[in-house]
Design a protein around this ligand. Sequence first.
Ligand code: SAH
Length: 253
Amino acid sequence: MAQSGSALEWGSSGRWFESSRPDHGNNGKEPSGSFLHFRGVILFSKAAEMTVLLNRLFPGQSQAVLKAMAEVQREVFVDPGWRRLAYTDRSLPIGHGQTISKPATVLRMLSAMEPVFGGKLLETGSGSGYLASVASRLFSRVYCVERVLGLVESSRTNLQKTGARNAVVRYGDGSAGWADNAPFDGILYSAGAPGLPASLADQLREGGLAGVPVGSKTSQEFTVWKKVEGDLVRVTSFACSFVPLIGKEGWNG
Ligand code: SAH
């Protein structure tokens, strides 16, 4: 990820690199990310460098989300054999036939929720826990539901490792949300549904935002909705490709 013509280099540990640009990532245009001062040089994490690149490739996304992503070591969440690709913009295996979403997708999903930051978020399909860990830095509380038991366990461990103490993960079918903790300010589905889940509107607070990938089992449109006077109004959408939402209000329901 070193750029030609710049003084950016991966450190010998593979974890940190140094920059000769003292303003790098801190000039008001690029996310400040997480960095350390060490013997007169500024050291950036790979996660922070990834957010600088994401900010260039996807301008106009939330700076708060980029800052949160800079604080979360994505390598913790992927299968060990894939760690060297953890800071590339790829979805990667997390076990049980599931994948962690691309960083750009996480950036776009969470940026769409910016108006409700500080509130309560529900994520259906927490997988490795990566999106939830980033979200825990932006919301007061994050409620997750995951239908694969092995992933419930790994997402809980990964959330703990990355300091996300305000996130909980429930084992079960989350296609119909999590009624006991509703209403939510934000709802995100991290798995693709054949249609808008029927329970969604009831569990969203008035003025709240919900993002759901809707389409086929392999490609969907991630569509963001706002609850206005009890109805869901479409705000925005982008093309995406998530694993299928399996359950009562998903596929094979
Ligand atoms: N956001 C995750 C990516 C998850 S991939 C991350 O950051 O790693 C989608 C996840 O949705 C998978 O783990 C899958 O098991 C889960 N899933 C699919 N259908 C579900 C359902 N009905 N309820 C809960 N989780 C579901």
